[in-house]
Write a protein that binds this ligand. Structure first.
Ligand code: MCN
Ligand code: CUM
Length: 835
């Protein structure tokens, strides 16, 4: 009798298996970095700069040293004696660990205190006397390149100005020709404000250097433990095999936990100096003010169009504010991440992108918050531009998209920026979305409502995301090629442990990787335990970000399971006493082709690998696979949002959200839906309420949860998710594409397009995020765009106290430039006019 196993029953591919990790989380039994206590452990706190740009005249830590319970005060000067005052970043720049010469952003790390407990350490920080001499402050790209701008990075040779890079990609001449042939040229400028991943758990580390064994163990909140090990080996000049990085449970990463932060480095040095474990746990304000933010980019583009709606070409320029250090974690070939994935799902004959990155007196970052390296900005601009162009042409925005989509038969499709799209059914996704939202009916209702003075709007956004870096030919970080890995050990009873080079932070790898093994080997998923994050045991991998885990590490899981199956087949042939060619496989079982009832289970093969292997066969059933993907995977999605805008107040309410995601084969449909809902929630937050901005003196506005709003279940709208479109990735072993970021990437434009659609009678083309009620109200009443960095209300801003700062003239990024001297009246930040 054949032992056909139902894949769903064993928790294989397509099973909405409950997340195994949640058992410990909901019982409060997670093991986060801050849960770890080691014998003799000390606590570290960081003293941060109150000023955004200032020369350090002196640091007097003598009072701090005198406080009982203080073991160590670290300053930049001390770090410098060990060549650790500066560290390399993941983008070939340098970053101050503790400031020596100057502070370059508010919240920058100036000194650290290690004490018996965190309270003593915090008090001692306050006892450190730092004398600063304020310098002029730069808070946006226009100021950064203005004449006479102070050079922020005067520590660097060959850095005469604040420009980090000028980069371009695409075909300039071809694009120019497209514009010559255009009937209509549509233009759009916008600012994608700085946002922050803001995971619930802040960053932290516990460094434990053991002098007796020379081994350094660091428990920390990193999404990429092996990259950290390499960085520590290189920066601290410690032997790599004596470094163990352990990422225990992580309470959300969202990109915030990819970079290397000064706190990590200082805790390591402190532990080496004191020969005791040193714990550093960042507080919420420290996290919001000093760790890797995202976006803060000014985008300016135009689209060449034929009268009938065909897009002929796109031209784009990006000005990216990277803060004081260029510390992005991104593939080294691409200076502005994968921004050039923009318009990938549209069949563009020509495109050209230029990008400039600049320093400012803000915390470093720019690339990471649920985005595959700036894809969020790319898709946001794309879908805002598409909406603007459709309006300029007087075309229906859905039809305009459909007409220009890459068609099903065009895959694999090469984009004008050089990417190769693997597969997709864009038109079908759009159809599903339009039907679900009741497109035609809504348009009728909208027209009727408008006659009654009621403003309804519908916004569409699509996205396709390049997920799964590498391939190693094109993708590397600091020269380390991007691939990933999985190691599978099948024990003699058929139970297994799987380890990968990825690191889950809430995405559910412990659940889904076991499902891939179940699918490949027919072992019940519950018999496979998954472990990630310990560099002493996990195979080398590049970690989890850019939704690369399923495309790369997940593929490695398939491949290692297939290696195991190949060996198990030999064992089966031996047990069945037939030649290998006569052995057939079905889920969980090998059988003799000519006698299907003669078979052995995968568990029996596992036992044989330890107890009854054929002569000459290497014992055991373990293997490792390194997977270098041939290409990225390209999921696709359509998001549709309907809203009602109150013209009296500018308040807008979401009526409906429809999401159609095609991420190829879904390993665990429930987890995929959770990822999409999470992403849509973040998209809603970015569109509606969330931003961190800076006043003219570089004071961070929004470094707390009173100002930086996280949507709770109360304000988050409901979602309608659709999964009927499945286009497998042709090059992924199980046809899966990444999905972790899609909704956060594609979602924001749907909300903004919906609000702008509702007020289309005003002729307003752009309101920059967040679409706070006052900005929407201002657009309605002034019938003008509200563009530029989010305005900060100050008492002396034009318009008086509480007045809305006039929208930045949509002329140049950050306005007219001009550098604001310190202590000057805060002036009009939004227009960047300075003094
Ligand atoms: N999955 C699936 N079928 C697919 C694709 C994915 O079942 N076709 C499952 C995967 O097996 C995995 C999850 O969905 O369990 C997400 O997979 P993937 O898209 O590969 O993304 P990663 O695992 O690489 O996660 C990274 C991604 C990123 S970059 C950010 S940022 C983000 C996101 O995940 N951060 C998160 N989602 C998050 N979710 C939580 N809870 N916490 C974070 O910090
Ligand atoms: Cu860009 S945030 Mo995720 O890639 O960790």
């Amino acid at each position: 009798m054949s032992q056909a196993l139902d894949e769903i029953k064993i928790g294989g591919l397509g099973a909405s298996r409950k997340r195994v990790e949640d058992d410990r989380f909901i019982r409060g039994r997670g093991n986060y970095t801050d849960d770890i206590t080691l014998p003799g452990m000390l606590h570290m706190e960081i003293l941060r700069s109150p000023l955004a740009h200032a020369r350090i005249k002196s640091i007097d830590a003598s009072k701090a040293w005198e406080i009982p319970g203080v073991h160590l005060v670290l300053t930049g000067e001390m770090m410098a004696t060990r060549n650790l005052a500066w560290m390399p970043t993941l983008s070939y720049d340098t970053q101050a660990v503790l400031a020596t010469d100057k502070v370059r952003f508010q919240g920058q790390e100036v000194a650290c205190v290690v004490a018996d407990d965190p309270y003593i350490a915090k008090d001692a920080c306050e006892a450190i006397d730092v004398e600063y001499e304020p310098l002029p402050v730069i808070v946006n790209p226009a100021q950064a390149v203005a004449e006479g701008a102070p050079v922020i990075r005067d520590d660097k040779e060959n850095q005469p100005d604040n420009v980090i890079y000028d980069w371009e990609v695409g075909d300039k001449a071809g694009t120019d020709r497209a514009f010559e042939q255009a009937d209509v040229v549509s233009k759009l400028k916008l600012h994608y404000p700085r946002s922050h991943p803001s995971p619930i758990e802040c960053c932290g580390s516990i460094a434990d250097f053991n002098r007796a064994t020379s081994k350094l163990t660091v428990y920390m909140t990193t999404q990429a433990p092996h990259i950290i090990r390499a960085a520590v080996a290189l920066v601290a000049e410690l032997p790599e095999h004596m470094i163990r990085i352990v990422s225990p449970d992580i309470g959300g990463g969202f990109g915030n936990k990819v970079p290397v932060y000064p706190g990590y480095v200082c805790s390591i040095l402190a532990s080496i100096l004191l020969e005791r474990p040193v714990k550093w746990i960042e507080d919420k304000s420290g996290n919001l003010i000093s760790t890797g933010f995202a976006r803060d980019i000014y985008l300016d583009g135009e689209m060449a169009l034929r009268r009938d709606g065909k897009i002929l070409g796109v031209r784009m320029h990006a000005d990216a504010d990277h803060g004081a250090f260029f510390s992005d974690a991104q593939p080294s070939k691409f200076k502005i991440g994968l921004l050039h994935s923009t318009f990938a799902c549209y069949d563009l004959p020509a495109a050209h992108l230029t990008a400039r990155g600049t320093y400012s007196n803000k915390a470093p970052g720019g690339v990471a918050y649920r985005c595959s390296f700036r894809v969020t900005e790319a898709m946001f601009f794309q879908e805002r531009m598409i909406a603007a162009a459709a309006a300029d042409l007087g075309m229906d925005p859905a039809e305009f998209r459909r007409m220009n989509f890459v068609k099903d038969e065009q895959f694999p499709h090469r984009t004008p920026f050089g990417f190769l799209l693997d597969s997709g059914q864009y038109g079908k996704c759009l159809d599903v979305g339009l039907k679900a939202v009741g497109y035609e009916d809504f348009r009728r209702e909208q027209a009727a409502a408008r006659k009654r003075g009621k403003l309804l709007g519908l916004g569409i956004s699509t996205m396709t995301e390049p997920l799964g870096a590498g391939n190693s030919r094109e993708y590397d970080i600091l020269g380390i090629k991007m691939f990933d890995s999985a190691e599978l050990k099948i024990h003699m009873t058929g139970k297994a442990i799987l380890r990968t080079g990825a690191k889950t932070q809430g995405q559910g790898h412990e659940t889904t990787w076991a499902q891939i093994v179940a699918h490949e080997l027919g072992l019940p998923a519950e018999d496979v335990v998954v472990e990630e994050g310990d560099t002493d045991t996990a195979p080398f991998g590049m970690g989890t970000y850019a939704s690369r885990s399923t495309p790369v590490a997940g593929a490695a899981v398939s491949m290692v399971a297939r290696k195991i199956r190949a060996k198990a087949r030999k064992l089966a042939a031996h047990l069945l006493e037939v030649s290998e060619e006569d052995v057939e496989w079905e889920l969980g079982r090998f059988y003799v082709r000519s006698a299907p009832d003669r078979g052995v289970t995968i568990q029996e093969c596992a036992m044989a690998a330890y107890s009854n292997m054929p002569d000459g066969m290497e014992p055991g059933l373990e293997n490792t696979a390194f997977y270098d993907p041939p290409n990225l995977t390209w999921p696709f999605a359509v998001y549709l949002v309907t809203v009602e805008v109150d013209p009296q107040t500018g308040v807008w309410d979401v009526l409906n959200i429809v999401a159609v995601d095609d991420c190829g084969v879904r390993i665990n449909p429930m987890i995929v839906e959770g990822q999409i809902m999470g992403g849509l929630t973040e998209a809603y937050a970015m569109a509606n309420m969330q931003f961190i901005t800076f006043d003219a003196e570089g004071n961070c506005v929004g470094s707390n949860y009173m100002d930086y709003l996280l949507p709770t279940a109360w304000e988050t709208p409901g979602f309608e998710l659709h999964s009927e479109v499945v286009t497998p990735s042709p090059h992924h072993p199980i046809g899966a594409k990444g999905v972790g970021e899609c909704a956060a990437v594609g979602g924001p434009a749907a909300f903004v397009n919906a609000v702008l659609d509702a007020i289309s009678d005003t002729g307003v083309r752009n309101i920059d995020m967040p679409l706070l009620p006052d900005r929407v109200w201002e657009a309605i009443t002034s019938r003008k765009d509200v563009s530029g960095a989010p305005p900060v209300r100050t008492d002396d801003s034009p318009g008086g106290s509480g007045g809305v700062v006039p929208p930045q003239a949509s002329t140049s990024p950050g306005g007219s430039g001009g550098v604001v001297p310190p202590q000057a009246s805060t002036g009009d930040l939004a227009s960047g006019s300075g003094v």
